[in-house]
Design a protein around this ligand. Structure first.
Ligand code: PRX
Length: 626
C-alpha cells in the first residue's frame, strides 16, 4: 500500500464511517446488500453489536461459487501433509463438490440452520470442506484443535449442544499419530447428545464404528450429490463458535457472525497481504485456531488466492521443512508464529540458506509478541533482508488483524505491531480507567468503538461477554493486553495482563490448569503463572501444595502432567512443577500471584513488600526451592 492510499482510507473513515464500512462490504457477494453498517453500544444498559444487520449472504458462495465457472480448475488449496511431497492440489470445482457432498450428508443427518457441528480434524482438504459445508447450510461450526483431550472436546460439545461431530480416523503430525476417532468416542462417553459422528479417512487405520451413530464418509461419498443450494443467511446469523481460554473458569465459546466477520477477514486480507493473481499463500496455523479460520481458510478463499493447508510441523522431518516446502510449492507469502521462528532460528542459518526462497515476497507473524532478535533473523536470513514483515496483532475475539505495519505505507520496527488499521481506534488506559494521552507511555490496551469482525457474544452466556470485556473500562472493549506507545506513536504489545498464559502462541487459562492439577487427590492447592521461555515465549510454572504429610517427587510430577493432559491436552502441560510448602497469601486468603510470577521469572529482588502476607516465611521457602 502507498502512504497516500493508506491516508485516503483513514480520511474516508473519518469523513463518513457508514459509507466507509459499506464500501468494505462491497468485497463480498451478497444476496441482499446491506443498507446498514455498524450499530453498537458498549453500555451495559443497552448492550448490542450488529453489523450489516439487513444484509443476506452465504459465506461458502463467497469462497467457492463466486470463482466458478471461470476459475473452476484453478487451485483453491494445496494440501501439504506431514510427509513432504505427498500432498495434492484441490481446485475450486473440487472443493465446491466436496463441500456440497458433506453439506448434503449433514442435512441427511438432520443438521440445519443454527445447529452446531463439532469439527475435530487434521489439516486435510476435507476439513476445509466440512467448515464450508456448515457455512453452506447455515450450521454453526465449532472446530476443536486435535491437540485437545477427549475431556476438553466433551466440554465443548456439551457447552454448545452439538449433535454431530466430524472427525477423522487418525491425525498425523511430526511422524506421530493422534487417535482422533478414539478421542471422539471417549468424548461421547463423557458428553451426552451426540447422535452422529462422521468419520473421514486420513490414515485408513482400522477403527471401531458404532452402529447407528458413526458413519464412514468414504462409504457415502459417491452417492452424495455435488449440488447443494446455499442457505441465504442473515449477516448477524452465527457462523462459528471457537473456544478460547480466559482468565477465569472454563473456555469461552467466542461467537462470530456471518456478514461482519466475512467483511473484516476479506478486508484485512486485502489490506495486509495485497493479494496478486500469482500468489500462493501459506499460513501455517491449524484451523483449530482463529488464525486458521481467518487466514488459512476464509481469507485466501474469498480472495481467490490458493492457500496451503499444512498438516505438519516446522521441524519435521527436519528444521528445513518450511524452506524446502516454500521452494517446492512456490510459496509467495509466509504467515507464521514467533515460536516457530525462534525454534528454527536455533538451528542456525544453514537449513534456511540451503533453499532459495526466491518465490517469497512477504513475511508475516502472529500470535505473540516477536522479540526483536527473532524479527531480525526472520528479516535478514529468511527474507534475505529484502522482504517486508507484517507483525499482525489481533485476537480470537477480533476476528481479523487490528494492528500491523502495511508494507510500503508504514515504517517497520522489529517487535512492534506499529499502527492500527483504518477504522480501528486503540487507546491506552491506566488502572483507574483514565485514558493515557500522549506518546512514550504504557497502559492497558482498549479499543473504542466496534469493527465488523468483533465477536458478538459468548455462546450461551451473553452476560459473561459483557463482564469479561466491557466492565473493567466502561464504554470500551478491553483486550487483556498490556501495551506501550512509543515516542513515534507506534504500538508495542507487551503481553497479557490477565491470567492468561501465551505458550507458543496458544492461549492457556491459568484457572484451567490449576483445576486440572487440584483434581489429583494428593494436591491441596495449585497456582499457575507464566515464566519466560526462549522458544515458547512463555511457559507454565506451577506451584503445587500437597496434602499434609505428602512428599513431592518426579513420579508425582508425571502423574500431575497426566492430569493436565487428560483434562486439557498436552499443550497445557507445565514446563515446571514446583512443590511448595505453602502459597503466599494475603491475610484474607487471596493468593499473591504477583509474587509467584516474580519467583518464576527469577526476579527475586523485585518481590516487593511481603510483610503483609499471612505467612511471610512461605516466600523464603519458594525462593530457596526454585
Ligand atoms: O496477547 C496477544 C497475543 O495473542 C493474544 C490473542 O491470542 P488468540 O486469541 O489465541 O489469537 C492469536 C492469533 C490472533 C493477544 O491478546 N498476540 C497475538 N498477535 C500478537 C500478539 N502479541 C503481540 N504481537 C502480535 N502480533
Amino acid at each position: 500500500m502507498t502512504p497516500e492510499s493508506l491516508a485516503a482510507l483513514h480520511a474516508a473513515h473519518a469523513a463518513d464511517p457508514h459509507a466507509f464500512w459499506l464500501n468494505q462490504a462491497r468485497r463480498l457477494v451478497w444476496e441482499r446488500f446491506p443498507a446498514t453498517s455498524g450499530d453498537w453500544s458498549f453500555d451495559r444498559s443497552d448492550f448490542h453489536i450488529r453489523w450489516y444487520g439487513d444484509g443476506v449472504l452465504n459465506l461458502s458462495v463467497n469462497c467457492l461459487d463466486r470463482h466458478l465457472p471461470a476459475r473452476a480448475d484453478d487451485v483453491a488449496l494445496l494440501f501439504e501433509p506431514d510427509e513432504p511431497g505427498t500432498g495434492r492440489a484441490v481446485t475450486y470445482a473440487e472443493l465446491h463438490a466436496e463441500t456440497c457432498r458433506l453439506a448434503n450428508l449433514l442435512k441427511e443427518r438432520g443438521v440445519g440452520r443454527g445447529d452446531r457441528v463439532m469439527i475435530y480434524l487434521p489439516m486435510i482438504p476435507e476439513a476445509a470442506a466440512a467448515m464450508l459445508a456448515c457455512a453452506r447450510i447455515g450450521a454453526v461450526h465449532s472446530v476443536v484443535f486435535g491437540g485437545f483431550s477427549p475431556e476438553s472436546l466433551a466440554g465443548r460439545i456439551e457447552d454448545c449442544g452439538a449433535r454431530v461431530v466430524v472427525t477423522a480416523d487418525e491425525g498425523v503430525r511430526g511422524g506421530k499419530t493422534i487417535p482422533l476417532k478414539a478421542n471422539v468416542d471417549e468424548a461421547c462417553e463423557i458428553a451426552a447428545g451426540v447422535e452422529t459422528v462422521i468419520m473421514l479417512t486420513r490414515t485408513g487405520a482400522e477403527v471401531a464404528l458404532r452402529e447407528g451413530r458413526d458413519l464412514r464418509y468414504d462409504d457415502h461419498r459417491d452417492r452424495l450429490s455435488i449440488d447443494c443450494p446455499p442457505e441465504p443467511m442473515g449477516a448477524e446469523d452465527p457462523l462459528f463458535i471457537l473456544y478460547t481460554s480466559g482468565s477465569t473458569g472454563k473456555p469461552k465459546g467466542v461467537v462470530h457472525t456471518t456478514g461482519g466477520y466475512a467483511v473484516w477477514v476479506a478486508t484485512t486480507f486485502d489490506w495486509v497481504f495485497e493479494p496478486r493473481p500469482d500468489d500462493l499463500f501459506w499460513c501455517t496455523a491449524d484451523i483449530g485456531w482463529i488464525t486458521g479460520h481467518s487466514y488459512t481458510l476464509y481469507g485466501p478463499l474469498m480472495a481467490g488466492v490458493p492457500t496451503v493447508m499444512f498438516d505438519g510441523i516446522p521441524t519435521y522431518p527436519d528444521s528445513s521443512r518450511l524452506w524446502e516446502t516454500i521452494d517446492r510449492l512456490g510459496v509467495t507469502i509466509l504467515y507464521t508464529a514467533p515460536t516457530a521462528i525462534r525454534a528454527l532460528m536455533r538451528e542456525g542459518d544453514g537449513p534456511v540458506r540451503k533453499h532459495r526462497r526466491d518465490s517469497l515476497r512477504l513475511l508475516g507473524t502472529v500470535g505473540e509478541p516477536i522479540n526483536p532478535e527473532a524479527w531480525r533473523w526472520y528479516h535478514d536470513v529468511v527474507g534475505d533482508g529484502r522482504l517486508p514483515i507484517v507483525d499482525t496483532w489481533w485476537q480470537t475475539e477480533t476476528g481479523g488483524v487490528l494492528m500491523t505495519p502495511l508494507p510500503g505505507a508504514t515504517r517497520m520496527k522489529p517487535g512492534s505491531a506499529t499502527r492500527p488499521l483504518p477504522g480501528i481506534e486503540p487507546l491506552l488506559v491506566d488502572p483507574q480507567g483514565q485514558e493515557i494521552m500522549g506518546d512514550d507511555v504504557s497502559g492497558n490496551l482498549c479499543l473504542r468503538g466496534s469493527w465488523p469482525g468483533q465477536m458478538r457474544t459468548v455462546w450461551g452466556d451473553p452476560q459473561r461477554f459483557i463482564d469479561t470485556y466491557f466492565v473493567t473500562y466502561p464504554g470500551l472493549y478491553f483486550t487483556g493486553d498490556g501495551c506501550r506507545r512509543d515516542a513515534d506513536g507506534d504500538y508495542w504489545i507487551t503481553g497479557r495482563v490477565d491470567d492468561v498464559i501465551n505458550v507458543s502462541g496458544h492461549r492457556i487459562g491459568t484457572a484451567e490448569v490449576e483445576s486440572a492439577l487440584v483434581a489429583h487427590p494428593l494436591v491441596a492447592e495449585a497456582a499457575v503463572v507464566p515464566a519466560p521461555h526462549d522458544l515458547k515465549g512463555q511457559a507454565i510454572h506451577a506451584f503445587v501444595t500437597l496434602n499434609a504429610g505428602e512428599q513431592g517427587s518426579d513420579p508425582l510430577r508425571a502423574e500431575l502432567n497426566a492430569e493436565v493432559r487428560k483434562h486439557i491436552g498436552a499443550l497445557a502441560i507445565p514446563e515446571r512443577i514446583q512443590f511448595a510448602p505453602g502459597l503466599p497469601k494475603t491475610r484474607s486468603g487471596k493468593i499473591m500471584r504477583r509474587i509467584l510470577r516474580k519467583i518464576a521469572e527469577g526476579q527475586l529482588d523485585q518481590l516487593g513488600d511481603t510483610s503483609t502476607l499471612a505467612d511471610p516465611g512461605v516466600v523464603e521457602a519458594l525462593v530457596r526451592d526454585r
